[in-house]
Design a protein around this ligand. Structure first.
Ligand code: KIV
Length: 288
């Protein structure tokens, strides 16, 4: 009898859209294959966010991120995962000129990474682009509220919804994205009372970051959650202290290298039947 092969099928964009008001949608950013491998079993969506410019490449903001960078990291995340829906951010400058420019960028992402969807930061003016992509078979997640790619126009990363006008702008952007056919809407950095209003106003599930527990799902930058940085924004809950773990491991390694305790005999190749040299400890003496 032939062996039954269980094939794992990825979660799809329509399935995520169908989760409106249902089980909360678990989303994290992922930028590399090994991390995607760990996150895949826990997450519904892996977002290859352009936050990778800051998190992985040490940039001051996301403006300098290129389409080629997004594609490289998208490929890595696809190689490391098999179950979660993978969404890749379109970076600043790759979709704003025209719907045609957005289609060229998004189709490159889908063809070259095999990810299933793209995300765009979508003020009201970007809604026609969302519709253009959706009409041509590209699932789009939109992003409203605090738009990190607009940091130069805003002057800094600043939560939205302080004034009635600002609340109305964010709500209008969410409605426009929804009408344009976005399968999900990231709501970032808004007044806590605004996110439930948006969630109630749109058909697509909302995925909050610095928004509200009332969203249909949540997303965080994985390195923030793991505690890789000294500073974390207010809306992050740290579930680990990876920086501390790395510090401790690397300081032990450095000490072992400096005292010639690494590598030990068991960690070296002895080819041709010889005996491994015993390590000389600091101070010049042979150990053994
Ligand atoms: O780039 C990113 O990581 C994002 C999330 C924080 C929503 O857009």
């Amino acid at each position: 009898m032939s062996k039954q092969v269980e094939t794992v099928r990825r979660i799809t964009a329509p399935e995520i859209r169908g989760r409106k008001g249902g089980d909360p949608i678990v989303t994290l950013t992922a930028y590399t294959a090994p991390m995607a491998r760990i996150l895949d079993q826990h997450c519904d969506i892996l977002l290859v966010g352009d936050s990778l410019g800051m998190v992985v490449h040490g940039m001051p903001n996301t403006v300098g991120v290129t389409l080629d960078m997004m594609i490289l990291h998208g490929q890595a995340v696809m190689r490391g995962s098999e179950r979660a829906l993978v969404v890749v951010d379109l970076p600043f400058g790759s979709y704003e000129t025209s719907p045609e420019q957005a289609f060229a960028s998004a189709s490159r992402v889908l063809k070259e990474t095999c990810a299933q969807a793209v995300k765009v930061e979508a003020g009201v003016t970007v809604a026609p682009t969302v519709k253009f992509l959706v009409d041509r078979g590209i699932p789009v997640m939109s992003h409203v509220g605090l738009l990190p790619q607009a940091v130069n126009a805003d002057g800094k990363f600043r939560a939205k919804g302080r004034t009635p006008e600002e609340r109305e702008q964010v709500l209008a952007a969410a409605r426009a994205s929804d009408e344009a056919g976005a399968f999900a809407i990231v709501v970032e950095g808004v007044d806590e009372s605004l996110a439930p209003e948006i969630t109630a106003a749109v058909m697509a599930p909302t995925i909050g970051i610095g928004a509200s527990v009332a969203c249909d799902g949540q997303v965080l930058v994985v390195d923030d959650l793991l505690g890789l940085f000294d500073w974390t924004p207010k809306f992050v809950r740290r579930y680990g202290n990876i920086k501390g773990v790395i510090d401790e491991a690397v300081s032990k390694y450095a000490a072992d290298v400096r005292t010639r305790r690494f590598p030990a005999a068991a960690e070296t190749y002895v080819l041709g039947g010889g005996k491994a040299r015993q390590p000389r400890v600091a101070g010049g003496g042979e150990r053994g």
